[in-house]
Every structure is written in C-alpha cells, then in structure tokens.
Write a protein that binds this ligand. Structure first.
Ligand SMILES: [Zn+2]
Length: 146
C-alpha cells in the first residue's frame, strides 16, 4: 500500500499542481517525496556536468526513463523538477517521462518475463523465483539543448 499511494493518489487527477505540492508537504513522513527531490537534484547536477563537457547553455527538454516498479511518482517528479531547475540552465525545460515496464528473470522458466509489481508471481509458471532485471531505475534517456 505504502508504495502505491503516490501513483494512485485519488486527488492527483483533479487537483492542480499547487495543491498537489501542498499535499506532499503535509506528508513529511512519506519518504517518497524526498526521494523524488533527490532524484531531480541529481538530474540537475548531471545536466550541469553535461553542459560544461558539451558546451551548451540551456536545456530545453529532458527525457527521463522511469521504471514501473520504482515507486517514483511522475507527478512528484514533475513538480520537483520544476522547483529544482528554477533559475538554472534547465529553467522551463520540458520534461518527458518514459515508463519502462518491469522485467524479471524467472529461474524456473529460464526466461525473461514481464511483471507489473515487485514480488509478483511469474506470469508463465506462477513461481516466485524471480530476479528483477528492469523496472526499478530512473535515468536520463536524452536531452535537447541549445
Ligand atoms: Zn516462470
């Protein structure tokens, strides 16, 4: 339950960005918010690093891959990204989130299978001897810069 609230939050679809932020702040105990903020800060430091290596001044679009099992809330990411990049080289940059499906290696089937949740049974054999291979990561796929 704790891992799913952010993605399935009932207010998320209807409320504006500001009230979602307020909602997030009313939950100081939710480790997830800090997680997304830290992720966005690390994205920003990667952007700054890339800017000095590749000599660009502004980032206009960032494409992020987010694993379906990562427990990261896309809405929180969008909010944190906008907040963290304000006044930086990525101020106002568009953010595109690409959801990566979960994949696991089933020891019984000796094959890669798709899973929607952590600790889910193998869809082929129903077994639980699965090793996660993709779906809990978040990374920068690519950037558009000027
Ligand atoms: Zn299996």
């Amino acid at each position: 339950m704790a891992s799913g609230w952010a993605l399935a939050h009932p207010d998320a679809a209807e409320s504006g960005r500001a009230s979602r932020a307020a909602g997030a702040m009313r939950r100081p105990g939710e480790r997830g918010r800090m997680h997304e903020l830290a992720l966005c800060q690390s994205v920003l430091s990667t952007l700054a690093e890339q800017a000095s290596i590749h000599h660009f001044d502004r980032v206009t679009t960032v494409r992020l891959e987010i694993g379906a099992l990562s427990c990261v809330s896309p809405e929180a990411i969008e909010f944190c990204f906008a907040a963290v990049t304000r006044g930086t080289l990525a101020d106002g940059a568009g953010l595109e989130l690409i959801r990566l499906p979960g994949q696991a290696w089933c020891l019984e089937c000796d094959a890669t299978v798709a899973i929607d949740e952590r600790h889910e049974a193998c869809p082929r054999c129903g077994g639980y001897r699965l090793r996660l291979v993709q779906g809990d990561e978040m990374r920068i796929k690519d950037l558009e810069v000027v």
